[in-house]
Design a binder for this molecule. Structure first.
Ligand code: PBG
Length: 324
């Protein structure tokens, strides 16, 4: 009872505060999303993501070395596909010499111990910009999961450590796990985007990959932001189907979900701090309205405190430099 118990004693100075600190972010917590394009010597800044770039493979090599030297140990690869290679079924996604497949090999070659995760979804390859095959204005579930399984297998063959399905079709984890097992890829893991919401925070990412849906929206497959119980159901199903790591996405607006899922499951929980979250901080900092570095560390710490075992973040490099 006060004054015998004074909470401020434990906040007296930085040494005491660091002794009692409950959440500490470190380089190993991060997954670094990387945007990759065809070409040579390409490093293009994404307009709605200042300070973030698309790289051609030659320049990506340098970037990967830098990430490794900073202590970052995991990357998540996304490719921007030229329009002439897009079709309804995302055929290019299965090309064994496609950009993604070459990127996986390159990263493994440059940094063999780097955990390489690949995005498994049709939208960058789809002429409709949807995460599934389209027929009569609808997104077909089972036709899509069959393709996603082949796509995951192709990434596994290229050397991916984890495939990361970000599409939200039903049953895709089961389809992917089954095919990987059948083909002998027992060690290839699955990080499932289990509770992925139909969020307006993905806008800048769709600019980065030119992958905005050509019609409608993604609400028939991504989750309604109003729902909490559904996130638990989605996540438990993905674990049953064979997911090694589950994910909540986006981050900041969904930290209640992160904590619920953390309490409900016993597999690692990843959180994706998405492109719109990055853009908001950049824009406010550009205007001088927020302290960029302090806000980044505060948000990342909050995500970890909520229950994230790992965080996919466009701020990974910034954060690592700030905490080192
Ligand atoms: C698509 C995909 C999206 C993101 C990752 N994979 C966008 C979407 O669902 O439209 C968003 C990531 C971000 O905004 O940073 N499969």
């Amino acid at each position: 009872m006060y004054p015998l118990r004074r909470n401020r004693r434990l906040r007296t100075n930085e040494s005491i505060r660091s002794l009692v600190r409950e959440t500490i972010i470190s380089p190993q917590d991060f997954i670094v999303p990387l945007f990759i394009v065809e070409g040579n010597n390409v490093k293009e800044e994404i307009a709605s993501m200042p300070g973030y770039f698309r790289y051609s493979l030659d320049l990506l090599e340098k970037e990967v070395r830098e990430l490794w030297n900073l202590g970052l140990r995991s990357v998540l690869l996304f490719v921007k596909v030229p329009d002439n290679l897009k079709d309804n079924a995302g055929t290019e996604a299965l090309n064994k010499d496609g950009l993604m497949q070459r990127a996986v090999k390159m990263v493994k070659n440059v940094a063999p111990e780097m955990v390489v995760m690949t995005d498994v979804a049709l939208d960058p390859y789809s002429s409709y910009g949807h995460d599934g095959v389209v027929a009569e204005g609808k997104i077909l579930n089972d036709d899509t999961t069959a393709i996603l399984a082949e796509m995951a297998l192709s990434h596994a063959k290229a050397g991916a450590d984890f495939v990361a399905p970000s599409d939200m079709m039903d049953g895709r984890i089961f389809e992917i796990r089954t095919l990987l097992e059948d083909e002998g890829f027992h060690e290839t893991g699955i990080m499932s985007y289990s509770a992925k919401y139909a969020s307006a925070f993905y806008g800048p990412f769709r600019d980065a990959l030119d992958s905005a849906p050509g019609f409608g929206d993604k609400k028939t497959y991504q989750m309604d932001p109003s729902n909490r119980e559904e996130a638990i159901r989605e996540t438990l199903m993905d674990i049953d189907e064979g997911a090694d790591i589950v994910m909540v996405k986006p981050g900041l607006c969904y930290l209640d979900i992160v904590r619920e899922i953390k309490n409900a499951v016993n597999v690692p929980v990843a959180v994706y701090q998405v492109s719109g979250e990055y853009a908001m901080i950049k824009a406010a900092a550009e205007k001088g309205w927020l302290d960029h570095d302090a806000v980044i560390l505060e948000q990342l710490t909050a995500i970890k405190r909520a229950g994230a075992s790992m965080i996919a973040s466009y701020f990974a490099k910034d954060a690592v430099k700030l905490i080192s």
